[in-house]
Write a protein of this length. Sequence first.
Length: 307
Amino acid sequence: MSRRGLNLVDDHVSALREAVSTALASLTADLPWLSSELTTRLLRNDDLRIARERLFAVIAAAAMGGRPVQGLPVATISTLWWSGVDDDGLPNAALLTLHHISTIRASKERRTGWMEDVLKSTNSALEASIATKTRHAGEFSRQAVLSDHLGLHGGAYARDAAMTARICAPRTVEPWRRFGMLYGLLRRTTLDHRSSTVDEDGNPALIVPDLLMAHACARAAPAAKVELARLRSEASLHPYTRATLRDLLRSPHVVAAYRTDLRSLHHRAHAQLDELEPVSPYGELLRSTLDEALETGVPSAREVVGL
């Protein structure tokens, strides 16, 4: 994100934190046990980067032609919801989020729509979580990975885009929802890139983007797919295993396919945003955020004899 983009976003960080604090105070009075758990999660995850991530609705509101502050209620709802994603706390966080929506001064129609959006994204995230936990190691496919990412990040950003559009662009709720889905998918790939250690040969921790692993499996023979999964699970134990898997993940064919896939997803997201004709400079900010998926962390190719 550019320095100008960071300035535009950071102008609203304090407002979001204040709004979340106000919401928590109200929730503590109404649902003390659940809200205390939520408060602990939010305090544990309270840093500038996470606050910026939750401001998507504020940026989207301005890109729709509204005022940034109009997206603040949605950003607050999103912050409450995301606090439960880790440690299987999503059902409780969703319950608190729905209760918070019921207290917002808005039309019954809007509150009902928002509740439906939250329930839809919660179900989607839970289904993705269950699928991830129950999937066999050898079933690491591109389709499965995209389904997981769309279920959590895609569904969450689609929800935030739709909820914001109900305020600022009620005639284009579904187009914005589709954009949010793609935006969330690319945000997930960017986050995966940030944590990836595929290019860090000396790092004993091997963290692999799921989509990259899926492309490696797609180019392996059936028996080799199981071997790739084994290498990944044992990479933390053996230096040779880490080196072998790193080389396989950086083979030219795997890296080229991965980069092509990201470019295709990136193009689809840009095309969807172009159709919405977002207002400057917030439209450019959304575009620059999409571009991060291509600019960060795609591993360098390396010639190797693989599986």
